[in-house]
Design a protein around this ligand. Structure first.
Ligand code: UDP
Ligand code: MG
Length: 319
């Protein structure tokens, strides 16, 4: 008996791409069903992340006309990572494996076939990894590469060039969903699950239509969450910088005393000002970084729900 597949697609302001995405995913799903690689009651789950455009009406329409399409409508915009968790929490109860994929067709949907094959061979997690970043801007490419290096330095285990295009078995997903944290960085959390994994390589395309919903600000927030949710190294670094700057200040003090006692010239204010600015700068940086962690603890302690569901569309009764 082949397993039941759920393809989870987070959608935020994606009215321009949804119909095309749905028809391409349906084609892949149908051929997988024909080949008996997945069970006939497999489905595609569009998660509307509080879009203000026609995304939800389009999902509703697709649900009416396409027996594979289901939908979850979130009551507000909670961001990509939370929208994924919302979709996965629904999917885990209705499937044996889930694949998460962006709505914009940047990830190669043909990799889905390979992922399912790996699952059927016994893998629990299959990462979709981009072979190249030609479709990205120069800025995104270099900043992403620098980020992976930095995360490695911070001791965080990430799969290089893997975003959120991945297959997970039910048991891997149940484990992921048992993580209670609010500061989500799924691509950092998944490698900590363990189990047997595998990688499928693909070429990342341009966005099919519409604009990126990840402006620089959101990208930086995600990158920052990635660091502060997984590593306390920044706090250690602050300590090192603090100790070093105190040492520098001490050296400057000795030098000033020396020139004052043994030389005619009155030392200039430059050295004092430099050390003043340096010390207060490093203290503020230190406070800022510690503050970021305290802020994270504040969010975690409140333990608020990650999302709220407005409505769900399924074909359960008909299947
Ligand atoms: N997305 C979402 N909520 C948000 C922002 C984005 O669900 O607040 C979805 C979006 O619809 C898409 C995926 O997350 O399916 C990735 O976004 P996008 O393609 O804009 O990011 P990029 O590929 O440019 O990094
Ligand atoms: Mg995209």
């Amino acid at each position: 008996m082949s397993g039941k597949l759920a393809i989870v697609v987070p959608c935020y302001q994606e009215e321009e791409v949804l119909e095309e995405t749905s028809s391409q995913l349906t084609a892949v799903l149908e051929s997988l069903i024909t080949e008996q690689a997945v069970s006939p009651d497999s489905f595609i789950l569009f998660v509307n992340d509080g879009s203000t455009d026609n995304t939800w009406p389009i999902i509703r329409k697709l649900h009416d006309s396409n027996k594979y399409v289901c939908g979850v409508n979130l009551a507000g915009n909670v961001g990509h990572q939370n929208a994924l968790v919302a979709g996965l929490s629904f999917a885990v109860e209705h499937s044996d494996m889930t694949i998460t994929i962006d709505a914009d067709l940047q990830d190669d949907i043909n990799a889905i076939r390979e992922m399912v094959k790996c699952f059927n061979e016994g893998k629990d997690i299959v990462y979709g990894v981009r072979q190249n970043r030609d479709s990205d801007t120069w800025f995104k490419r270099t900043s992403a590469q620098g980020y992976y290096r930095m995360m490695k330095f911070m001791g965080v285990n990430l799969v290089y060039n893997h975003a959120d295009f991945r297959l997970m078995s039910k048991r891997a997903l149940l484990h992921l969903l048992s993580f209670r944290e609010r500061n989500l960085f799924l691509r950092g959390m998944v490698p900590t699950i363990g189990y047997d994994t595998s990688i499928v390589y693909y070429d990342r395309a341009e966005r099919f239509a519409g604009e990126s919903k990840y402006p620089l600000r959101k990208m930086m927030t995600l990158a920052f969450d990635g660091i502060t949710s997984f590593s306390t190294k920044p706090v250690h670094l602050v300590l090192y910088v603090g100790v070093i700057s105190m040492f520098v200040a001490f050296v400057i003090l000795c030098w000033t005393l020396y020139t004052w006692l043994f030389k005619e010239t009155v030392p200039g204010w430059a050295s004092i000002m430099i050390s003043f600015w340096f010390c207060s700068g490093s203290v503020l940086t230190g406070l800022g970084i510690v503050g970021e962690y305290v802020g994270k603890i504040y969010i975690e302690v409140k333990d608020r729900p990650r999302y709220n569901i407005e409505s769900i569309l399924t074909h359960e009764q008909e299947n």
